[in-house]
Design a protein around this ligand. Structure first.
Ligand code: PAF
Length: 284
C-alpha cells in the first residue's frame, strides 16, 4: 500500500492507477476490527481502495474529547498493511492539508441534524459534512463505506451526497461486536477496566428492547432501557430513541411505526467518562 499525506499526490496516484470502481473508507484512525471489515468490503468490491486517517477537529464539540481521541498511526498502518494491496492508498493528511483556511460552510440537514446525536453534540454533523465533502472531492470515490454503528451519520452522509449532486454510492456495513456484544469503537480503549467489564449492558439492553417491542409500549420500553443501563454504577443514559432510518423521526407509540420503513433503536450512554453509541433494528 502507498501512504500519502498530500492531496495533490493523492489525486495523481488515484489517476495514475486508472482503476475503477474506487472504494473509499474514511476513518479517524485508532483502527479496530470494525474498520477492518469496512476495508475488506472495499477491497473485495473495488480494484482500488483508499483509506483516510484524519482526526477531524471540526466535528468535536467537546475539546477534551478531541484531545483524548486515541491516535496511533504506526499501529493503524500495520493493521492496514495486512488488508490492503500494493496499489491501495492510505491518505494521512494533517490539519493544514485539510483546512488551509477555516471552513465556514453551514449545511442544512433538516430533521437529520435535529434529533438524537445532534441534540447532544451540537455542530457535530456539520463538521462531519465539512470533512467528508472535502474528502469526497479529493478521492472522488465511486463507493464509500461507513459503519452502521454511526446510524445517524449514515443518514446525514446520504443526504450530503444528495445535496452535493454526487454519484458516490454509500454502503453501510454491519456493526462488528466484541465477544460480549459491545459494539467495536475506537473509544472502547479509553474505558476504565471496571466500566469496560459492565459495558455489555448497552447491547444487552437494546437487544431486550427489540425483543419487547410487540409486548410493551414505547415509553415503557424507554423506561426499561434507562433502568437497565443506570442500575450499573458509572453508567448514564443520554437517550434511547426508536427512529426510522430515512428521516430519523423518533416514535412515541407503536402506531406511528409505518409498514415499509425500517426502524432502529438508537442509544447513547455515558460509560464513566466515555460516551458510547449503538443501535439495533427493531422489528415491526
Ligand atoms: O466515522 C468517522 O470515523 C468520522 O466521523 C468520519 C466519517 C471519518 C469523518 O471524520
Amino acid at each position: 500500500m502507498k501512504v500519502i499525506d498530500k492531496k495533490d499526490q493523492l489525486s495523481k496516484s488515484i489517476k495514475e492507477a486508472g482503476l475503477s470502481p474506487v472504494g473509499f473508507v474514511p476513518t479517524m484512525g485508532a483502527l479496530h476490527q470494525g474498520h477492518v471489515s469496512l476495508v475488506e468490503n472495499a477491497v473485495s468490491q473495488c480494484p482500488l481502495a483508499v483509506v483516510s486517517i484524519y482526526v477531524n477537529p471540526t466535528q468535536f464539540n467537546d475539546k477534551n474529547d478531541l484531545l483524548n481521541y486515541p491516535r496511533c498511526l504506526p499501529d493503524d498502518l500495520d493493521l492496514l498493511g495486512s488488508v490492503l494491496r500494493e496499489n491501495d492508498i492510505v491518505f494521512t493528511p494533517d490539519d493544514r492539508e485539510m483546512y488551509p483556511e477555516e471552513d465556514k460552510r453551514v449545511f442544512n440537514f433538516g430533521n437529520l441534524d435535529n434529533v438524537m446525536e445532534a441534540l447532544h453534540r451540537p455542530g457535530h454533523f456539520n463538521g462531519v459534512a465539512q470533512v467528508v465533502s472535502k474528502l469526497f472531492n479529493m478521492v472522488n470515490p465511486d463507493i464509500a463505506f461507513f459503519g452502521q454503528k454511526d446510524f445517524q451519520q449514515v443518514a446525514v452522509i446520504r443526504e450530503l451526497v444528495r445535496q452535493m449532486g454526487s454519484s458516490v454510492k454509500i454502503i453501510a456495513c454491519p456493526i462488528i461486536r466484541e465477544k460480549d456484544g459491545l459494539a467495536m469503537s475506537s473509544r472502547n480503549q479509553l474505558l476504565e477496566p471496571k466500566i469496560r467489564k459492565e459495558a455489555s449492558v448497552i447491547y444487552a439492553s437494546i437487544s431486550s428492547a427489540a425483543a419487547k417491542i410487540s409486548g410493551l409500549d414505547i415509553p415503557s420500553i424507554k423506561n426499561y432501557v434507562k433502568r437497565k443501563i443506570e442500575e450499573k454504577e458509572g453508567f448514564r443514559l443520554e437517550y434511547f430513541e426508536i427512529a426510522d432510518e430515512r428521516e430519523l423521526i423518533p416514535v412515541t407509540s407503536r402506531k406511528e411505526m409505518k409498514p415499509g420503513l425500517r426502524y432502529f433503536g438508537c442509544i447513547a450512554v455515558r460509560a464513566g467518562q466515555i460516551r458510547l453509541i449503538d443501535n439495533i433494528e427493531i422489528p415491526l
